[in-house]
Design a binder for this molecule. Structure first.
Ligand SMILES: Cc1ncc(COP(=O)(O)O)c(C=O)c1O
Length: 386
């Protein structure tokens, strides 16, 4: 078969190009341009399996995962492949499994609420000890990294308060204290922030959000460049069966192809809406790291290449006023989750499990890639016409 030369060194390419060209099949005459979905639970194999990873049984690995895992690793500038999981929570569970029995983990008070739910469950079974901090208060976090702390968990920007952690300072302090650092990079995406390059031990993603980008799959991923940690994250996936279906991973790679375009457009829309909402008479407060007056602005400017596309907005009228805004919208989708091409909105405290330090009237807006004027008209009308 004739093969066509291709540039395999993804590390020399910009992220937008990596997202498009990573994980393609070999350029052989007549080969497909996209990696195929292989639907097989088992592979032809006999005799004692060799030490090198090989295709044997689909809980241990399938060829449909690999192109996505390689491309995500290239985007995060990781040396070792990403590990795809059946959900972001499965990736989170794998990362938390790195804490030794009874070990202490320092976590942001504002973080994805199901992380807190899971930690409460682990605490109730004496599996871990949890210390909650304000992740934006660097001195407070460092003071919490007492000897014997096993792990520092970081979300930045945080869900849903959009606080920005000082990643270089916190990662260095955790390392000095002998603790692993895990960064949930879901909100920023590797296009905007690369925590492994700042020394983080593990990065986790809800692939469900921006990476897949179309609100059609639930998936997660974890990355680590430490071979021992990588092996444990992989073992967790195999032993717990926390695996992804091939079709979902195919869709995630398809979504990843347009990540740069989507993030660029969504961020531009978000910043424009944040500016306009800050001056709106029916808005009390806007949280977005891109706003010069936002508490996280200077830090985000220093360590991120953008500000993400999530906004926190508190309209006038309290929680009822916020619910009325959601009800009056026609274009924005009232839904949980985020990071899809469509703009969505929800009042986070509608969940009884959300932290009570999140204002009850806070609306979390996931800004999509629609025309910004259409998004603005819908928001402005809903805010005024309640
Ligand atoms: C920041 C963050 N991390 C993790 C998760 C969990 O991911 P999944 O829903 O894919 O399990 C979410 C989900 O909303 C999230 O927002």
């Amino acid at each position: 078969m004739r093969s066509v030369p291709q540039d395999h060194d993804l590390s020399r390419l910009s992220p937008a190009t990596v997202a498009v060209s990573g994980g393609r099949p070999a350029r052989v005459q007549g080969a497909p341009v996209n990696p195929p979905i292989v639907l097989s639970s088992t592979y032809v194999s006999q005799g004692e399996p060799g030490p090198a990873p090989e295709l044997l049984y689909a809980r241990s690995g399938t060829e449909t995962w690999l192109p996505f895992e390689e491309t995500l690793a290239a985007l995060e500038r990781a040396e070792l492949p990403a590990l795809v999981y059946g959900s972001g929570m499965a990736a989170i569970a794998a990362a938390l499994s790195l804490i030794p029995h009874g070990g202490r983990v320092v976590v942001p008070r504002h973080a994805y609420q199901v992380l807190h739910g899971y930690l409460a469950d682990l605490t109730a079974r004496s599996r871990v000890e949890v210390v909650v901090v304000d992740i934006a208060e660097t001195d407070q976090v460092i003071a919490a990294l007492t000897p014997g702390t096993s792990m520092l968990w970081i979300e930045s920007p945080t869900n849903p308060m959009l606080e920005v952690a000082d990643l270089p300072a916190l990662i260095a302090a955790a390392r000095a204290a002998g603790a692993l650092t895990v960064v949930d990079n879901t909100f920023a995406t590797p296009l905007v922030q690369r925590p492994l390059g700042l020394g983080a031990d593990v990065v986790v993603h809800s692939v469900t959000k921006y990476l897949a980008g179309h609100s059609d799959v639930v998936l997660g991923a974890a990355l680590s460049d430490d071979p021992a940690l990588h092996a444990r994250l992989l073992a967790y996936r195999t032993l717990h069966g926390a695996i992804a279906g091939p079709a979902e991973v195919y869709l995630a790679l398809r979504g990843l192809r347009t990540l740069a375009l989507r993030v660029e457009r969504a961020q531009a829309n978000a910043l424009e809406l944040a500016r306009r909402l800050s001056e709106h008479p029916d808005v009390v407060e806007v949280r977005h790291p891109g706003l010069p007056g936002d508490p996280g602005h200077a830090r985000a400017t220093a360590q991120m290449t953008g500000y993400g596309a999530i906004l926190g907005v508190r309209p006038t009228g309290g929680a009822d006023g916020a619910d009325a805004v959601v009800a009056a919208l026609r274009l924005w989708v009232p839904a949980t989750s985020l990071g899809g091409v469509e703009s969505s909105i929800e009042r986070r405290r509608r969940f009884g499990t959300e932290s009570i330090t999140v204002p009850s009237d806070l609306l979390r807006l996931s800004v999509g890639i629609e025309d910004v004027e259409d998004l603005w008209r819908d928001l402005d009308r809903a805010l005024r016409g309640r």
